[in-house]
Structure formats: structure tokens, C-alpha cells
Design a protein around this ligand. Structure first.
Ligand code: AMP
Length: 309
């Protein structure tokens, strides 16, 4: 899919990784992943995209070239000496849950994000899933962004509460999955957990619920975007990051951040994220055309368009 680069630029900070995946269909090793990789491919469908991340000397140049071929600016990707971040996970047979088997920070352990001068005025910022202290360092360098969203995961919720609290107080939207929301709020009920987390800062909370869709909680109420009922589900890794990247890409393209724009962006994000699951890693995501996305978005709308009462 080619990018129409007419929107506001979006800055994405996150991980670039090698993932070792145990999937019901078999094991896949050294799959190129990471929160920034998935989010950037998705965001670049609609908006000029800039990435800040770190990779080791083992990371293939070819992947950066593929990002570049999509119009993604990778001048903020630092190549450090050492090994690239590595994550290993095992999925359940029905893909509904996964266990992290291993997280090796490697070059991430000493990473200090440095925004190239040209990145600093990016109006839209996605703080992808990385150490919350690094998310804060990015915010410290960004000049008056119009819309900042953050993602996080259990690893940081368990270990880095205080830095995460500071992130929450400084963002416009938090995008997390339902288990992480429950963990963060210490509350099982989604609606009550959403209220509790919004009280910590983010005005908009977006909860990803895998095959059960996504929910938005904001000052205008609650909104639901369904997940597309896929017949082929291979690898859900990165679907959440794809969702966040597509969501912000849509907002950046529209240059609108009001409640209606966010609801439209949520539907688009649900459509794009569904493709991610259809193949291993970023494979499917890198193939899709704007027609594919439009067709799936139409199908999603039909799912929630009941006959009038
Ligand atoms: P998702 O399936 O959307 O939660 O994203 C999975 C991606 O996040 C994988 O490609 C991993 O490399 C990356 N990832 C896993 N754990 C972490 C972590 N602690 N920090 C940053 N990225 C991570």
C-alpha cells in the first residue's frame, strides 16, 4: 500500500525486536517485530511516519530499507553495539492467551532516545511499548505535540509503576489491552477499571480486547469497535501495536483529535490490526492495499449496523 503523505507527521518510539514465537501452527524464530516496527508499518498507511528506536549490530539493514521504502523516516533508529532486543512468547492453542517466556533487553538496557531535530515538532506522538522512563525522555524532547498516546504492557506495569504514573499524567490517550487495564487498575470490571485509570491522567482510554474488539472510554461516553471475525488466525503478535499505529496514523491524517475523529480512527485501527493476525510477523501488514483496508472497514461497519428498531 502506498502512503499518501498529506497528514501531520507522526513520531513513533518503541522497540525493534527479534521475536521467538511458539504458535499453534509451529515455532517461528528470529521474527522481526517490536512495538515500533508494527506501529510504523500501520501508521505509514496514512501519515508521514518517523521512528525512534534502537537496534543491535545483528539487525538486518534490509528491514530498515523496507520501512524506508514505505516512506518511513528511520533516521532516529540508533544502531548500537550488541544484540537487538529479543522477546519470546508462547500462545495457547486457541491464540486467546500468551505467556512471555523471555525478555532480553540487550541494547535497550542502555538506550537513551535522541530525537533528531527534525522530529521534535511532530504534532502526533505514539509512545509505543518501552520502558516508561524512556517514554518520558521522548516527551521531554518533543516540542508542544498536539496529541500524545501511549501503550504499555504487564512487564512495565509490574516493575515500573512510578515512571508509568508520570507517563499517564502527561498523555492524551492510553492504549492498552484488557488484562493490562485490570492489572493497572487492580480491578476486574472493565468499566470501573477504565474510570480508575482515566482518573490517573489520560482523558481517553482505549482498551484492546483481541477478538472481542476495542473500547474507547472518554468524556463523551463509551464506544465499541468490533474485531473482524477472521477465518485465518496465525499470529496475533503486534496486533496491539498495529492497532495503536493505525489509530494515530488516522488522527494524524485527519488533523483532528475530537471525539468523533477518535471514534473513526478506532474503526480504522480495528480494520488494519485484523490483517496483522493473518500471517507471521509483519508479513501481511506489509502486503495490504488501500482496497483491502477499505473492504475490511466496510465489513466492520456492517457488523455493527443493525436494522432500525
Ligand atoms: P503486542 O502483541 O502488540 O503486544 O506486541 C508484541 C511486540 O512487542 C513484540 O514484537 C515484542 O518484540 C514487543 N515487546 C514484547 N515485550 C516488550 C517489552 N517489554 N518492551 C518493548 N517491546 C516489547
Amino acid at each position: 500500500m502506498t502512503s499518501d503523505l498529506s497528514g501531520d507527521p507522526i513520531l513513533i518510539v518503541g522497540s525493534m525486536a527479534f521475536d521467538d514465537l511458539e504458535l499453534p501452527t509451529g515455532a517461528a524464530r528470529d521474527v522481526v517485530g517490536g512495538s515500533a516496527t508494527y506501529a510504523a508499518f500501520a501508521a505509514s498507511l496514512l501519515a508521514p511516519t518517523r521512528v525512534v528506536a534502537v537496534v543491535g549490530d545483528d539487525f538486518p539493514n534490509q528491514v530498515l530499507e523496507r520501512l524506508g521504502a514505505r516512506g518511513i523516516d528511520t533516521s532516529g533508529v540508533e544502531r548500537a553495539q550488541g544484540k537487538t532486543f529479543r522477546w519470546a512468547g508462547r500462545y495457547s492453542q486457541n491464540l486467546a492467551s500468551r505467556t512471555t517466556l523471555d525478555t532480553q533487553l540487550n541494547v535497550f538496557a542502555d538506550f537513551r532516545p535522541k530525537l533528531p531535530e527534525s522530529y521534535r515538532t511532530s504534532p502526533v506522538v505514539l509512545l509505543g511499548n518501552i520502558h516508561p522512563a524512556l517514554q518520558l525522555e521522548v516527551l521531554a524532547q518533543a516540542k508542544a505535540p498536539r496529541f500524545v498516546a501511549a501503550d504499555t504492557m504487564n512487564f512495565w506495569i509490574e516493575g515500573e509503576r512510578s515512571a508509568l504514573g508520570q507517563v499517564l499524567s502527561r498523555i492524551d490517550a492510553l492504549v492498552i489491552n484488557d488484562e493490562e487495564l485490570r492489572q493497572l487498575a487492580g480491578e476486574h470490571n472493565i468499566a470501573r477499571a477504565a474510570r480508575a485509570v482515566r482518573a490517573l491522567g489520560p482523558k481517553r482510554l482505549i482498551v484492546k480486547r483481541g477478538e472481542y474488539g476495542a473500547m474507547l472510554f472518554d468524556d463523551h461516553g463509551t464506544f465499541f469497535a468490533p474485531a473482524f471475525p477472521l477465518e485465518t488466525e496465525i499470529d496475533p503478535t503486534g496486533a496491539g501495536d498495529t492497532f495503536a499505529g493505525a489509530l494515530l496514523g488516522h488522527l494524524a491524517r485527519a488533523r483532528e483529535f475530537g471525539h468523533e475523529a477518535v471514534r473513526r480512527a478506532l474503526m480504522f485501527a480495528a480494520a488494519v490490526a485484523s490483517f496483522c493476525v493473518e500471517d507471521i510477523g509483519t508479513r501481511r501488514l506489509e502486503q495490504i492495499t488501500s482496497d483491502d483496508v477499505t473492504r475490511r472497514l466496510d465489513a466492520l461497519h456492517r457488523l455493527i449496523d443493525p436494522p432500525s428498531r
